[in-house]
Design a protein around this ligand. Structure first.
Ligand code: ZN
Ligand code: ZN
Length: 237
C-alpha cells in the first residue's frame, strides 16, 4: 500500500457532482464539463485556437481555456479555492487533457514545443498565508509535470493586494492592477551571471479567467523583464 492508497482509504474520493464514491468527478458527471470556446486574450471575442487577433495589441500571444465556468466545473474550482482539498485540483487539471486530438489546441501545442517555463499567477503573501496554498501554483505544477516542462513559481510576485475585478469598468480594473506584480526582486543581471536567464517563453497559469485583467498585467510585467512570448492557460472561463 503506498501513501496515496492510504490517503484514499482515510479520505475516500467522492464525486463533487453527485457524491458517489470512487473519484472526484464520476463518469456520469464528467459529461457536465463543457469545453469552452477559445477567445482572443486582448478583446475577449472568439478566436480560432485562442490566438490573439492580428489587429489586437497585447502581451499575451494566446489563451487556452479548457472548460466553461459553470455546473460541475464551478463546483470543483470553488471547492478547491476555499477548502484544503487541493488534491481535487491535481486530479482535475491533469485528467482530460487530450490536446493532441483537439484542433482548437493546435497553436497551444505548437507553443508547448518551444519548452516554455510554466509560471502561476501569484497570490499576495497575505492571501497565501490565509489560504495556505496558491491554487494556480498547484495547477501549474501538475501541468508542468505532465508536459515535462520547468515550473517557476518565484518569477512573478504580487506586491499589491487587489479586490475582485468583477463589476468594475475597464479603466478601474487597469488602475487597480497597475503595479500589482513584479518579477523576481533579484536584479536580472544577477540571474545572468548565474546563467539562470529570463525564460524566452512562458505559460502563465491561473484557475479562472474572469476579466483577464490579472493575466494581462502579469504578461506585461513578464515581457518587460525580457520574456519574448507569453501564452495564458486557465482551467475555466
Ligand atoms: Zn458524479
Ligand atoms: Zn482580439
Amino acid at each position: 500500500m503506498n501513501i496515496s492508497d492510504i490517503l484514499d482509504w482515510i479520505f475516500p474520493k467522492k464525486c463533487v457532482g453527485c457524491g458517489k464514491y470512487g473519484s472526484y468527478v464520476c463518469s456520469d458527471c464528467e459529461v457536465g464539463l463543457w469545453e469552452e470556446e477559445q477567445i482572443c486574450p486582448t478583446c475577449g471575442r472568439n478566436s480560432r485556437n485562442g490566438l490573439r487577433h492580428k489587429y489586437c495589441k497585447g502581451d499575451l500571444e494566446g489563451l487556452t481555456c479548457l472548460w466553461t465556468y459553470e455546473g460541475i466545473t464551478r463546483k470543483l474550482i470553488t471547492k478547491t479555492k476555499y477548502n484544503f482539498y487541493f488534491d481535487y485540483l491535481r486530479e482535475f487539471s491533469i485528467f482530460n487533457f487530450q490536446f493532441s486530438n483537439n484542433s482548437q489546441f493546435f497553436n497551444f501545442q505548437k507553443f508547448l514545443k518551444t519548452k516554455p517555463v510554466v509560471v502561476p499567477v501569484p497570490l499576495h503573501p497575505k492571501r497565501l498565508r490565509e489560504r495556505g496554498f496558491n491554487q494556480a501554483e498547484i495547477i501549474a505544477k501538475s501541468f508542468a509535470a505532465r508536459h515535462s516542462l520547468a515550473c517557476n513559481s518565484h518569477l512573478l510576485s504580487r506586491i499589491k493586494e487587489t479586490k475582485p475585478q468583477v463589476g468594475r469598468t475597464r479603466e478601474e480594473r487597469l488602475s487597480a492592477m497597475s503595479g500589482a506584480f513584479t518579477t523576481s526582486p533579484l536584479p536580472l543581471s544577477l540571474f545572468k551571471e548565474r546563467e539562470i536567464r529570463t525564460p524566452s517563453a512562458v505559460i502563465l497559469v491561473d484557475d479562472v479567467w474572469t476579466t483577464g485583467a490579472t493575466m494581462r498585467e502579469c504578461a506585461r510585467v513578464l515581457k518587460k523583464a525580457g520574456v519574448k512570448q507569453v501564452w495564458g492557460f486557465v482551467l475555466a472561463r
